[in-house]
Design a protein around this ligand. Structure first.
Ligand SMILES: [Zn+2]
Length: 287
């Protein structure tokens, strides 16, 4: 008998919030004032997260982290933070990390260090790192080195697309079309396109997703009830869609509410199972 795998949310934010710049922290706190202390404690206490996951019926989560010292305030320590946090339950808590192509030189060494730490995915956040996702085509060689090393070592790369409301974020770098270059130049790289360019560039996102078999869509940050409107042909890429919430980012209040909303959509059950259970397991096998 093969058990049905549990639900994986490939995109939540457990980060060293203490490092956030004051203006970023203000933007993060907005709308969360009533449970802010709870969230601050959550960022230091894996047991609290595991309890929430249990209550929400979530098996595993991917914890997005990336350095963005000049814009968000996150330093390279964000990688060890994620790795340490995940030690509480290495199967259910998947740490993500990053290197910063504008600040770091020995890219291969840094990517290898991430793997030694147990990092499961490398995050590139163009609008918070201040370069387009294809900046290596204009001379940012260190970015090509990131993609190349991840391709060689089999480390998935998650790339933010769509808007960001944090102070200083450059939204011109949110266009998913820039992933077309990355998918062409690094054909064996597993690319996860976060947010499908929402709310501005869904057509571009869908084009890139249909064209490139190595690009996956992480639906986090898209209000689940809007998904059919944003991606009316979701089924055509159904084997490469991954469940995610972006919780507790602005506007995303509850893991379970989002999941229930997704499950309420009139989509085939096979697609819902693939998105929430089997596709994430294929991209992130239990190691
Ligand atoms: Zn996110």
């Amino acid at each position: 008998m093969t058990a049905i795998p549990g639900i994986t949310d490939v995109h939540i934010h457990i980060q060293p919030w203490k490092q956030m710049k004051p203006a970023v922290m203000d933007a993060m706190r907005k709308g969360k004032e009533d449970h802010w202390d709870f969230l601050i404690a959550l960022m230091e206490t894996p047991r609290m997260l595991l309890d929430i996951m249990d209550k929400s019926g979530i098996w595993r989560v991917g914890m997005v982290n990336y350095p963005s010292p000049d814009l968000m305030g996150f330093t390279l320590d964000t990688n060890t933070f994620a790795a340490r946090y995940a030690e509480a339950d290495p199967v259910r808590l998947m740490p993500y990390g990053g290197v910063h192509p504008r600040f770091q030189g020995d890219i291969y060494g840094h990517v290898d260090e991430l793997l030694e730490l147990g990092i499961r995915c490398l995050k590139i956040h163009p609008s918070h790192m201040l370069f387009p996702a294809n900046a290596y085509t204009q001379g940012l060689e260190t970015l090509a080195a990131v993609y190349r090393r991840c391709e060689e070592r089999g480390l998935p790369v998650m790339i933010h697309t769509g808007t960001s409301i944090f102070p200083g974020a450059r939204n011109k770098y949110g266009n998913p079309m820039e992933l077309d270059d990355v998918a062409i130049d690094f054909p064996k790289l597993t690319i996860i396109m976060s947010h499908g360019g929402r709310p501005l560039w869904m057509d571009e996102a869908f084009f890139v997703l249909r064209r490139h078999q190595n690009v996956h869509l992480d639906v986090s940050g898209i209000p689940p009830l809007k998904l059919p409107e944003y991606f009316p042909r979701l089924e055509e890429i159904g084997d490469r869609v991954l469940w995610g919430t972006d919780w507790p980012s602005p506007g995303v209040r509850d893991l379970k509410v989002n999941l229930d909303q997704f499950n309420s959509l009139s989509l085939p059950d096979t697609l819902k199972q693939a998105v929430t259970r089997t596709n994430p397991l294929r991209v992130f096998p239990v190691s």
